[in-house]
Every structure is written in C-alpha cells, then in structure tokens.
Design a protein around this ligand. Sequence first.
Ligand SMILES: NC(=O)c1ccc[n+]([C@@H]2O[C@H](COP(=O)([O-])OP(=O)(O)OC[C@H]3O[C@@H](n4cnc5c(N)ncnc54)[C@H](O)[C@@H]3O)[C@@H](O)[C@H]2O)c1
Length: 331
Amino acid sequence: MFKVAVAGSGYIAQNHFAALKKIEDVEIVAVIGRNPDTCGKVAEEYGCKWVKTLKEAKEAGANVVDICLPTDLHEAWVVEAAGLGMHVICEKPITFTVESFDCMVAACEKAGVRFMVAQVARWWPEFITMKQYLDEGRLGSIHMIYEKRICQHPTWTTWHRDPKKSGGGLYDLNIHDIDYLYSIFGKPCSVYATGWKSPTGCWNHVCTSLIWESGVRAIVETSLEMTGNWPFSIEFRATGDKGTLNYALTAGLNINDGERGSNLNFYPAGQENIEAIQVEQTDMFEGELREFFDAVKEDREACVTFEQNRGVLQIIEATIKSLEENVVVKL
Ligand SMILES: NC(=O)c1ccc[n+]([C@@H]2O[C@H](COP(=O)([O-])OP(=O)(O)OC[C@H]3O[C@@H](n4cnc5c(N)ncnc54)[C@H](O)[C@@H]3O)[C@@H](O)[C@H]2O)c1
C-alpha cells in the first residue's frame, strides 16, 4: 500500500488529490503545507492529516511524497524526502539547471528511492494519439511539427512573476512541449529562439525552432502572459508525407474551464476527406501517477527518464542562450 503525502494544497495539488483518490493501493495520509485555509479544506475533503513538515508526514506513515510546491522549492524538498526514505514524484519544471537536477537524482539513488518528474503532457489524450501516429509511421516521414501553448498569466499566484521562483513561461510552460518532443525524437541538434521578456525578467512569450539530425523540425510557441481575456489555447500540427494530424483546444481563462472537446483531425495526403478522431478524455494526472506507482512497484525507472529530464533542461538552457545572444545553439 502506498501511503502518500501531498506537499502543497494549491492549484496543481488539487488536481493530484483528485487523481490519487482514483488509484487503488493508494491512501492519502497527509497534506503538507502552511496555508490553513487550503490545507484544512483538503485535509477534510480527503480525510488526511494536515502536517507542516516532511518529517511529520513520515511520522504519519507516508512512504511517498507528491511535491506540488513552487518550483524553486523542488530541489530541497526532493533531497529531504529522499533522505527520509520516501519515494518522490515532483511537479514540472523539476528545477532550473542540470546540476540541480543531478543533486536530486544523487540523493534518491543514495537513499534507494524511486523518483519521477510529473511531465503530464505525455498523458494528455490527444498527445498520446499523436505519439501513436508518429510511432506507427502513419504520418510518414515528418516534415514539420508545430506546438502551441499560450495563456494568460496565472491569476492564483504571485511567485510565477519571479524568474528565480518559477523560471517564467519558458520553464513553466514551454517545458511541457520540449519534454514531449524529446520523449519522441530524442535530443535535437540545434535550437534557435526569439521571445519577449516580461518587466519582472521572465521569458514569458517564446518561439523556439528545433532541428533534429533525422531531419525533423519543430516550432514551439509558448506564452504565459497573453493579454486581455485570451483563452488558454493548446495546438499541435504534425505534418509528414502521408498526412497531417491537427489538434486545437481553446479552453476558458483557465485550462480546466470550458468543454474539453476532442478537436483532433487527420488530413491524409492525396485525399479530400478529413478524418475526425474521437479520443477518450482520460485523466492525465491519473495517468502520470499510475506510471509512477507502477515504476515503484516494479522497481524500475519511470518512462520519464533522467536522461530525458537532463536533455530537456539542456534545451531550455540553450534556449536562454539563444534568446539572450540571438544565436543558433548547437547541442
Ligand atoms: N503539470 C501542470 O500542468 C502544472 C500546472 C500548474 C502548476 N504546475 C507546477 O506545480 C507547482 C506548483 O504550482 P501551483 O500552480 O500549484 O502553485 P500554487 O501557488 O497554487 O500552490 C503552491 C502551494 O505550495 C505551498 N507553499 C508555498 N511555499 C511553501 C513552503 N515554503 N512550504 C510549504 N508549502 C509552501 C502554497 O501554500 C500552495 O499550497 C509548480 O512547480 C508549477 O510549475 C504544474
């Protein structure tokens, strides 16, 4: 039985609590936090203890911690949890540098605990379908991938505006698409980016161009600071010589607002028909959490590998160099 403590009771923690509740072999034993309103509320809703430290969570019986805290806290919390012998799943972006990530991995390996970064976009139903199309060669030889993830600035936090706490949109949002592409195509050979830095010093609107040695090319657009009432919008388009797969989601002001219709279409090359693809709307948080618990049970590395996590952080670091120096960065 996994006895889980969730660190944090904010926006993403709420999604994790709801998903954890659906998983057999999981008991939520504690919420770790210091906000009496939200911690008290989730403790009551999920029938768990409200504690203030990892040590207290361990004393409450937790053998797993699910870290849903602001990004700048991830490294210290992962290292401490490992030291207490707890398996760890931690929200993205895991941290800001490869060195910092390596400290977390070293602490987990030393303690003999399992560790996974929660890169949830891999369990987004339509993104799962795109991976299937790519893996099965149904799009043929790939010419171009386009991914877009643009939204208003989060209204529920202030820490996102501090680049030292969140890394800005480049770390907070762009990492979803970079991780997804890395998980399919591996390491690109070059990166070029152009973007806008917010007045508080965050790269909050960025367009990245990536090239792989295989010839695959991708453009990724990310914004964490759209103006006015811009709705949370996610798109992808994968074009190969056998066809194009296109997805477009326009949610409400928040990604969870509005209907999640599956607007996914396949345009086969040389044909006039458009195939509308219906995708079952599964819970992506449940998907990523199940993978983590399976990896712990099977004593294996999760499918979000450390090599991928390091590679993704290297791409983000290369993107910053490209943005700041207006150069193509070879990887
Ligand atoms: N996977 C996704 O799609 C997704 C979406 C949103 C956020 N996130 C990530 O999740 C993490 C949290 O983001 P959020 O939007 O939930 O933030 P949030 O501000 O809504 O929640 C953060 C929580 O951490 C608690 N906290 C802050 N400082 C603390 C401290 N020193 N000790 C103990 N608790 C503390 C707060 O009280 C709050 O409960 C970030 O890394 C973010 O990038 C991921």
